[in-house]
Design a protein around this ligand. Sequence first.
Ligand SMILES: Nc1ncnc2c1ncn2[C@@H]1O[C@H](COP(=O)(O)OP(=O)(O)OC[C@H]2O[C@@H]([n+]3cccc(C(=O)O)c3)[C@H](O)[C@@H]2O)[C@@H](O)[C@H]1O
Ligand SMILES: Nc1ncnc2c1ncn2[C@@H]1O[C@H](COP(=O)(O)OP(=O)(O)OP(=O)(O)O)[C@@H](O)[C@H]1O
Ligand SMILES: [Mg+2]
Length: 247
Amino acid sequence: MEKQVEQIVQWLREQVKQAGVKGLVVGISGGLDSAVVSHLIHRAFPDNSLGVLLPIYTSDENLDDAKQVAQSSGIQTMTVDLTDTHKTMYAEIKSSLNESDAFIEENDKLAGANLRARLRMSTLYALATNYNYLVVGTDNAAEWYTGYFTKYGDGGVDILPIVEFTKQEVREMAKYLGVPEQVVEKKPSADLWEGQTDEDEMGTSYDTIDAYLKGEQIPDRDKEIIEAMHKKTAHKRDGLPQFHREK
Ligand SMILES: Nc1ncnc2c1ncn2[C@@H]1O[C@H](COP(=O)(O)OP(=O)(O)OC[C@H]2O[C@@H]([n+]3cccc(C(=O)O)c3)[C@H](O)[C@@H]2O)[C@@H](O)[C@H]1O
Ligand SMILES: Nc1ncnc2c1ncn2[C@@H]1O[C@H](COP(=O)(O)OP(=O)(O)OP(=O)(O)O)[C@@H](O)[C@H]1O
Ligand SMILES: [Mg+2]
């Protein structure tokens, strides 16, 4: 594991050098993926890494976990509470809609949720500009394959250090790095609405996605869910469609 971690740390240093910047910034949620990334970027840049707590209606429990991750990793942190910003901005969007165009319930929930991720992204880029840092993404292999992230939200980042690691591998890395136990054991959640868990929303489990990515047999039903998500979200992984002028 030490070798694996050291390779990622070296890679992080190369990315910073190649980009001609000074360090790295990540959002810390109190969840597993950002905990691992916080530990890794602090190892790579003890004096030039920043973890940002970005609560939007965030529970005390998750905030507390985020603080404990800050402590276990040793990373410098700051907090920008975006709850009021989200409230104001989303209310403004909704009140500007014609009554006949108003959100249906499901879209309302999703749009509000994705706005949370995009406000966090905007904040991280403002800070990256100030400190001359790159924004580090926390997607793992399962999230990347299924496209389980918000386009230009938590998907709006500069580099992806753990994108080739399954959720289980990220969990193993977390234990090795000394991430607090309750964070290692916590149910993965995007925390974009009350009570959300990734596995409930996706309708399959990380263990199953991990197994599929490793080429193991999984039930047909899960395979269908995973492939449908993968197909539907191809646009999040591909470059932008561009119109080419005739020569
Ligand atoms: N074929 C296509 N070509 C180009 N663009 C296409 C497109 N289809 C949709 N789009 C665009 O993409 C948008 C839909 O994508 P997007 O806005 O990302 O939204 P969407 O994929 O619908 O929702 C994001 C999902 O990721 C989950 N999530 C988000 C953030 C964090 C985490 C977490 O694990 O922490 C999970 C969240 O719970 C939700 O299930 C459409 O509104 C449209 O603008
Ligand atoms: N409250 C928050 N404060 C700061 N960053 C956040 C917050 N919520 C989400 N993020 C950012 O969005 C990323 C995506 O969230 P995601 O839930 O996939 O990861 P996680 O919370 O680190 O781990 P897990 O998937 O196990 O919950 C986080 O890793 C983090 O960088
Ligand atoms: Mg989370």
